[in-house]
Write a protein that binds this ligand. Structure first.
Ligand SMILES: [Zn+2]
Ligand SMILES: [Zn+2]
Length: 320
């Protein structure tokens, strides 16, 4: 991220909203926050910003170089073309959907993105849990098409920052459901809770950044049901050690590639997380398929059935 990102200006609002949510959680839902978990998330946020400062200039330089090969030209005063801004935002959000989908389906990208999912709690501080290794994973390549289309790299960075800011408020259990029209078009706390869940039926669903329509369009949408959500990753970290939290999947890839027979080595990098050449681990597809076999398509909790109460949180609150 270069200097003066809109995200810098949003930080005070992030902090204020986290504090408000903490007060809500303290009174209504004590298990929503865990001090060491929140500290880990904050460390992730700070480290990710630092990594962004170090690598942002390189990404910007590369983008500016690629910009000369653009397909369309908005002219020297590209920032004056008002409709280019919303268009760029929507197309960047579409690009984000595909980046995010690949980040869950290709282990190389997952090794970086897993950082965002490693918390077993779901609150606004979880939103700050951003990857340190996004640059190393080459995540920025997903924005290159927009540059080649003709959007100026500065415009892409700007709308991308707003997309990330939008995604902050949806990391909460304090909001049940938004109005129906809003849930239909926009990504919401309800949709994104599904994305952070490890319940088999919720695995690899709702990749949206700002607009949930991409998931509905590309067949990855899942409605939130009433069952209790288990947050985190299929194989939980089980530690608050920051070094392990940041690098565990990269270490896992290195170990697997080292041990695997030659003809399988690359598969441990580009196939889905959990894939093994001897079937000794599960991918999310396998976990999901097994669950559906046992419960049947119609049991996809909440997918077609009306939800019994307005506030899904209240429904899951009852202790087991
Ligand atoms: Zn994700
Ligand atoms: Zn998230």
């Amino acid at each position: 991220m270069p200097d003066y990102s809109p995200i810098d200006f949003a930080v005070p609002f992030f902090v204020a909203l986290v504090l408000i949510e903490m007060i809500w959680a303290w009174r209504r839902r004590p298990q929503a926050y865990e001090p060491r978990d929140t500290l880990t998330s904050l460390a992730f946020g700070l480290g990710s910003s630092a990594a962004g400062l170090l690598t942002g200039a390189a990404v910007l330089a590369l983008s500016l170089w690629l910009y000369q090969f653009r397909l369309f030209d908005f002219g020297a005063e590209w920032w004056m073309v008002w409709w280019a801004w919303p268009l760029c935002f929507v197309l960047d959000d579409l690009g984000y959907y595909w980046f995010h989908r690949c980040a869950h389906r290709v282990r190389w990208f997952w090794a970086s993105h897993v950082n965002h999912h490693s918390s077993q709690h779901y609150n606004l501080s979880t939103a700050l849990r951003q990857s340190w290794t996004g640059f190393f994973a080459l995540s920025f390549i997903f924005r290159i098409p927009l540059t080649l289309l003709g959007f100026h790299p500065a415009m892409i960075l700007f709308v991308g920052a707003f997309n990330l800011i939008y995604q902050f408020w949806i990391h909460t259990e304090a909001i049940g459901r938004m109005p129906r029209w809003f849930e239909a078009v926009m990504n919401t706390p309800s949709h994104h809770r599904v994305h952070h869940a490890t319940n088999p039926i919720y695995l690899d669903r709702n990749y949206a950044g700002t607009f949930i329509v991409w998931d509905r369009l590309f067949g990855t949408f899942q409605q939130e049901g009433t069952e209790r959500i288990r947050y985190g990753i299929v194989r939980q970290l089980g530690t608050f050690n920051l070094f392990w939290a940041v690098f565990h999947e990269w270490i896992g890839i290195a170990q697997d590639v080292w041990r695997a027979p030659w003809r399988h080595k690359l598969s441990y990098i580009w196939r889905p997380p959990g894939w093994t050449h001897d079937g000794s681990r599960d991918t999310s597809d396998m976990i999901r398929a097994r669950w559906l076999e046992r419960h049947g398509e119609t049991a996809t909790d909440g997918a077609e059935k009306p939800v019994p109460n307005d506030n899904p949180i209240a429904g899951r609150e009852k202790p087991a």
